[in-house]
Design a protein around this ligand. Structure first.
Ligand code: ES4
Ligand code: ZN
Length: 371
């Protein structure tokens, strides 16, 4: 006999799928997977707040701040989001964030992301922001961190989503501006959970920030570092991040698959990787053949989690959409999706008992799907 409650939980299509074949079956299975992904308790650790600045909000903030934008409308702005590599992406991303000037702008940006994230069953998020870019425009650090923090508090009250903030060093700006940003932020360090480094890494290896990292660590902050895929000297950058900076986490890092030694080190040290398949789909193996990063890292036994990176610039695909696509491209099973959520909650920069509460929710979810 069919259990009605379990059909409703899994979506009607999954029950029908068992009795059908061909295209209908494929459709049913996809629908079941989307239902599963939407309901999966999730955490997100690789999302740049400025990369969640949707075109609609950009126009609204420009109007509020008396700025003119060189686009006729939202469609024209979105049509300009064409890039072919990291630098061409970053040029669009940095230009877009110029509308962020006031505490209220950072509040609105953060609140909108957290609202969206909560609607996708993200229970907990750790979000990047790039203060050097804002300080350059004369925005005080108190406005940046103050707006983000106020939104975090309000979003938790309104939607139950918990979040923390990670200050990123913009690695292609001078090292002293990164130190100035850290110095300006440290009086508000209780509103931060960690520091990271992002932006263009060509010629800007992790050890450029050795003293910044030491200061951050001495102030109780966690450490992460972008190692974007297919960058110059990427394996050396991953090595520096792991051994010289002793990071707690790596953002992207897919090229590690080209170094069995680094893979073994990352596994031995249990370093989590925040993989963003939208931006870092494939790396090349020793023969020059493409390897799917998500599939390759999972199969190598690395602790990967999946994130959305800069959704406003990546087709407005937030985490559920990213996971649906990744599931199809990397042939992810439901058990693997649960595993990546488990990796995520395990990697949370939270006290042990709070992590355990999230993991218990995930376990209950997995059990309800008989996993
Ligand atoms: C970024 Cl995808 C990516 N890589 C490096 N830095 C970034 N900042 C925003 N998105
Ligand atoms: Zn990133």
């Amino acid at each position: 006999m069919i259990d009605r409650r379990s059909i409703m939980k899994r979506g009607m299509w999954s029950a029908i799928a068992c009795a059908t074949s061909g295209p209908m079956r494929a459709l049913a299975t996809e629908d079941d997977m989307a239902t599963f992904i939407a309901a999966l308790p999730k955490a997100e650790y690789h999302v740049h707040l400025e990369g969640t600045l949707e075109a609609e909000m950009k126009f609204a903030l420009a109007k509020r701040n008396g700025l003119n934008l060189p686009f006729a409308d939202v469609a024209a702005m979105k049509a300009s989001y064409t890039y072919h590599d990291l630098p061409s992406f970053l040029a669009i991303y940095y230009d877009g964030m110029k509308v962020l000037l006031k505490e209220a702008d950072f509040y609105d940006l953060t609140f909108a992301y957290l609202k969206k994230a909560a609607s996708q069953n993200i229970l907990y998020a750790e979000m990047f922001f790039d203060p050097q870019e804002h300080l350059k425009r004369g925005v005080p650090m108190t406005a940046v961190i103050g707006g983000i923090s106020r939104a975090r508090v309000d979003a938790e009250k309104a939607f139950g989503i918990r979040s923390q903030a990670i200050l990123c060093f913009v690695r292609d700006l001078p090292a002293d501006t990164a130190m100035a940003a850290l110095d300006a932020a440290l009086p508000m360090k209780d509103q931060l959970i960690g520091v990271g480094m992002d932006s263009d890494e060509k010629g800007h290896p992790p050890i450029k920030f050795r003293s910044h990292i030491a200061t951050a660590r001495a102030n109780g902050l966690h450490i992460t570092a972008h190692c974007d895929v297919n960058q110059l000297h990427t394996l050396e950058h991953i090595r520096q991040a792991i051994f010289d900076l002793q990071v707690d986490r790596i953002d992207h890092g897919g090229n590690i698959l080209q170094s069995p030694e680094l893979v073994e080190s990352a596994k031995a040290l249990n370093i989590p990787f925040t993989v963003c398949p939208t931006f870092s789909g494939a790396v090349k193996d020793a023969e020059g053949e493409p390897i799917d990063v998500v599939r390759g890292m999972l199969d190598a036994g690395l602790a990967i989690t999946i994130s959305s990176d800069d959704p406003a610039y990546m087709g407005s695909e937030y985490l559920n959409d990213v996971l649906v696509r990744a599931q199809q491209r990397s042939r992810l099973t439901k058990a693997e999706l649960v595993l990546m959520s488990r990796n995520a909650f395990n990697a949370a920069w939270l006290p042990r008992e709070q992590k355990a509460a999230y993991l218990a929710k995930l376990d209950a979810f997995a059990k309800s799907w008989k996993l």
